[in-house]
Design a protein around this ligand. Structure first.
Ligand code: GLP
Length: 244
């Protein structure tokens, strides 16, 4: 789905998410969202907050699972995805704190394995993710599933790629401050969502989008695994779709 610019594309995605939340609400059910961080989804969150402020959308029946978090990372750190999500979405809507799930970057190394298994269980126990939104890294990563991640990978601790750490350097005031690792949902976790929406804006993503959509499915570009999913949209602006 190609829109002229990221604003129009973000409104399109926000409308899809709001539509799902309202539909589930009518049925008396909960909507389960898989959420992403990075600069790409911020306008979608702005629109969702706007809909809420206009009285059109409630998050009382919404459960969320975030894709990933740096490791180690304290939740109150300037760089944490917990802080990111609070600032961009959760602080501005009526979601219950008990319904928000973000991988915990403050665990000890011994606690991580069980924690990741439990994260998977929690997703399963609420019936799976209805809509998973994704950005994409220049390495072709989704969540923090770097090149080499396998099709069936689950939530786990991973080592970040050099390119990803380079791209995050300005957020951390220098590459040396970017954590070496992260906790991420796996490719398999992402693919088990009922619907997936990957968003990408700008010329810088054009190459990786071309490879992800038209290229051979391979571990070296994890986003190509999305070709296996039967309900996955790429929502793009003119620039990111320019090499298709
Ligand atoms: C980080 C996130 C990814 C995101 C990627 C792209 O690595 N963990 O989920 O897709 O950045 O970032 P941006 O949206 O800022 O281009």
């Amino acid at each position: 789905i190609i829109q002229e610019d990221s604003k129009k594309a973000s409104l399109f995605v926000a409308n899809e998410i709001a539509g799902l939340i309202q539909e589930k609400q009518k049925e008396g059910k909960k909507a389960v969202l898989g959420l992403a961080t990075g600069s790409t989804p911020t306008k979608v969150y702005d629109y969702l907050v706007q809909f809420h402020k206009e009285g059109r959308l409630s998050f009382k029946n919404v459960i969320t699972f975030n894709l990933d978090e740096y490791y180690p990372m304290q939740p109150n750190s300037l760089h944490s995805y917990v802080r990111f999500m609070n600032e961009h979405l959760f602080n501005h809507v009526d979601i219950g704190a008990e319904n928000v799930h973000i991988p915990d970057g403050s665990l000890s190394p011994e606690e991580i394995r069980d924690y990741c298994l439990d994260y998977e269980k929690k997703i399963e126990n609420v019936g799976g993710i209805d809509i998973q939104i994704l950005g994409i890294g220049r390495t072709g990563h989704i969540g923090f599933n770097e090149p080499g991640s396998s099709l069936n990978s689950k939530t786990r601790l991973i080592r970040l790629d050099r390119v990803t750490r380079l791209d995050a350097a300005s957020d951390f005031f220098g590459q040396e401050n970017v954590p070496m690792r992260a906790i991420t949902m796996g490719v398999g976790t992402i693919l088990s969502a009922k619907k997936i929406i990957l968003m990408a804006w700008g010329e810088g993503k054009a190459d990786v989008i071309q490879q992800s959509v038209e290229g051979q499915i391979k571990e070296s570009i994890p986003a190509t695994f999305l070709q296996h999913h039967n309900n996955c949209d790429f929502v793009l602006d003119d620039a990111s779709s320019s090499k298709l």
